[in-house]
Design a binder for this molecule. Structure first.
Ligand SMILES: [Zn+2]
Ligand SMILES: [Zn+2]
Length: 313
């Protein structure tokens, strides 16, 4: 039997966003919803979009007209084999820093333009490290409330008075309750749009001009990006060379904030663009070793990348 207040998930909607809207539609709190329909499993003290117990997926299947594929598609695991190949250790997903029901990190992004629309919902791609721009609205994504700088944690909108049902729409900040879309829109520049188009195409196709396996592209993109923030005395050579090459400083930059990643992702993308010529040009004359790159890779670096390194350093 379908849930009485069933509403369909929107395209690319992430599970927790749909779940919040479902609870609101049923006029019950998520805790009560879970007690009735999910065997009382706790929802918010884990990253359920990343790791969802099978029983919840089964219950959704029993009580909605959604197909199994459509249900799988609500979760970040649907990026498996495309954006990453190991959900546990991937740098491709942003961490929301779960501490019981609290969120310590700025790992959920949003687009002002999208949250201004009639049906307000959060997208799966707003948990991807590689996301900087909403191509639909040509706007830069944000990672916190523009009024009080709190991380986005809409599930906490139902906190407060006992028994009170969730009433706020998903464009409200849980902390100050103000509308997170009521701030100046920042339009993306041409470089960011070009970057995001490349990223989105890579995800849509599952491959790009560098590799047949898109997850290896994301692995290299994020490993290199991480090196730009390295504070290691021994393994900071790549960062120092890029700082010289681009006349920038990565000091005081924070990988956990989208403002910093906007810079580091675009720099990394530029090095990988027109592969491998730009990267070879960058390597030439610089004293970088194979280990300066391979050091933090979980497995060995992919062949298309290591091969260029081997012959050019
Ligand atoms: Zn948008
Ligand atoms: Zn706020």
């Amino acid at each position: 039997m379908n849930w009485p207040g069933y509403i369909k998930p929107e395209e690319d909607e992430i599970f927790t966003s749909w779940f919040y809207r479902l609870c609101k539609e049923h006029r019950i709190k998520s805790h009560t919803f879970s007690k009735f329909f999910f065997d009382g499993l706790p929802i918010w003290n884990r990253d359920i979009d990343q790791y969802c117990p099978e029983i919840i997926k089964r219950k959704i299947s029993e009580h909605t007209p959604l197909s199994k594929d459509r249900i799988e598609n609500l979760f970040l695991s649907s990026f498996d084999g495309i954006v990453f190949n190991d959900v546990i250790s991937t740098k491709s997903l942003l961490s929301i820093g779960i501490n019981h029901r609290k969120r310590r990190k700025f790992g959920l992004l949003y687009c002002i333009g999208c949250l201004e629309k009639e049906v307000k919902f959060f997208k799966k791609s707003w948990r991807l490290t590689s996301s900087l721009v909403c191509l639909e609205c040509s706007l830069k994504l944000l990672d916190s409330c523009p009024h009080c700088n709190s991380p986005i944690a809409f599930h906490r909108l139902e906190n407060g008075i006992k028994g009170k049902i969730p009433e706020n729409d998903l464009n409200s900040c849980y902390k100050c309750l103000r509308d997170i879309t009521k701030t100046d829109k920042i339009y993306a520049d041409d470089d960011s749009i070009k970057y995001q188009k490349y990223i989105n195409n890579t995800i849509d196709f599952g491959f790009n001009d560098l590799t047949q396996y898109s997850f290896t592209f994301f692995s290299v993109l994020h490993e290199l990006e991480h090196k730009l923030y390295s504070r290691s005395k021994k393994w900071n050579k790549f960062r120092i060379e890029v700082e010289k090459y681009r006349s920038i400083s990565m000091l005081n930059k924070n990988l956990n904030r989208i403002k910093s990643r906007e810079e580091s992702l675009l720099i990394t993308y530029e090095l990988l663009e027109s592969w491998p010529q730009k990267f070879i040009n960058f390597l030439s004359g610089r004293k970088l070793t194979y280990s300066d790159f391979s050091k933090d890779f979980r497995d060995i670096p992919p062949f298309w990348f290591s091969n260029v390194l081997k012959f050019n350093i």
